[in-house]
Design a binder for this molecule. Structure first.
Ligand code: MRU
Length: 345
């Protein structure tokens, strides 16, 4: 069963929670106009929410998927639990192909299924594991914020893209966690955010999150970023990641590559913040990381109105490859890593 709870269903600055066998999450499609919390115990609803970006951000979709598997086990009871849970894992894994965190979380749930012999133990084991995924993400975000803060000068104009804050994780965020820590440490931070066409995560989500937190934020169209960098308008670029290959190549929201190129050209630091759950050592380099292509409608329509001629061909990759040699450093829960990047499993 799925229901809408309005704005009251979650504490402030919290994007997801587990409440008595049910998952509560913000419907991010409606922000910033409406803050509505959805509650469900149905993995298909969670899969649909991930697919339509009601739930989004690499760490958050991993946490949501793990909780959805646990909810399935609770709902099913011992009879048929194994088959039900395996269907949920398969269905959730088929939602979005790029973020490593989704697969990492589902692998954790699958390992519990594989090593639990007695079906009557599965429910509790899966709930414990899913809550572990959620707690781990909170802990990783907090460590990333701490390490990332050290890279931010006392006065800083920070360029970012998409949304990497509390809306994208179960904790305080990744790249934005560093910004929050810097502000809390008394630094004078200002954020420039690309609107992030076509789904406007920068305009709708980051601009909202930072405004609510009282951090000055300036919104601009994606294509203004290189000009801003060229005229010395920012001090550093700080973004998140959906998957990082063993050699440090990064895949993140489309628009990230042009930011990295412009930073390199103008000798500006370009940092990526992501938890270890985003690193996929099975990918030797970025070329083997799959990039999700989304529907033509996301680009051909603006606010519900068609803006491109009917029948025009559209290319709509959701993510960009950023080669490791453009990345000044990667901030993980363990600290800041500099090139050459060699991640090992
Ligand atoms: O398509 P989205 O909104 O899920 O894309 C999200 C991003 O690209 C984020 O930068 C990334 O997931 C890191 S979030 C901490």
């Amino acid at each position: 069963m799925t229901r809408s709870l309005g704005a009251e269903g979650l504490p402030l600055r919290t994007s997801i929670a587990w409440v008595e066998g049910r998952i509560r999450f913000i419907d991010q499609r409606l922000l910033p106009g409406q803050l509505n919390i959805i509650e469900t115990d149905d993995w298909q609803q969670v899969a649909d929410a991930i697919d339509t970006l009601a739930l989004r951000g690499a760490p958050l979709i991993g946490v949501a998927a793990a909780l959805a598997v646990a909810a399935t086990a609770m709902k099913t009871g011992a009879d048929g639990v194994r088959d039900g849970v395996i269907s949920a894992i398969d269905g959730l894994a088929a939602t979005r192909p790029t973020a490593a965190n989704l697969f990492r979380a589902l692998e954790r749930m699958q390992r519990v299924v594989d090593r639990t012999v007695d079906d009557s133990d599965l429910e509790q084991m899966l709930v414990d594991e899913a809550l572990g995924v959620l707690d781990d993400d909170r802990r990783l975000c907090s460590a990333i914020g701490r390490h990332g803060n050290k890279l931010i000068p006392d006065t800083a104009r920070i360029l970012t893209v998409c949304n990497t804050g509390f809306l994208a994780t179960a904790g305080e965020g990744t790249a934005l966690a560093a910004v929050y820590r810097a502000r809390d440490a008394g630094k004078k931070v200002q954020v420039f955010v690309c609107e992030t066409r076509p789904l406007l995560q920068g305009a709708r989500l980051t601009a909202w999150e930072l405004t609510e937190a009282g951090i000055p934020v300036t919104l601009m169209v994606d294509s203004a970023a290189a000009g801003l960098i060229a005229e010395g308008g920012v001090d550093l670029c700080l973004i998140g990641a959906d998957r990082i290959a063993a050699n440090g190549d990064v895949v993140n929201k489309v628009g990230s590559y042009q930011l990295a190129l412009a930073c390199k050209h103008h000798d500006l630091p370009f940092y990526v913040a992501a938890p270890g759950t985003t690193v996929d050592t099975a990918c030797s380099d970025g070329s083997v990381i799959p990039v999700e292509e989304r529907s033509a409608e996301e680009v051909a329509y603006w606010a519900g109105q068609r803006v491109a001629p009917t029948g025009v061909s559209v290319w709509n990759p959701a993510f960009d490859h950023v080669p490791a040699d453009l990345v000044t450093g990667i901030i993980t829960e363990e600290g800041v890593i500099h090139p050459p990047y060699i991640f090992e499993s």
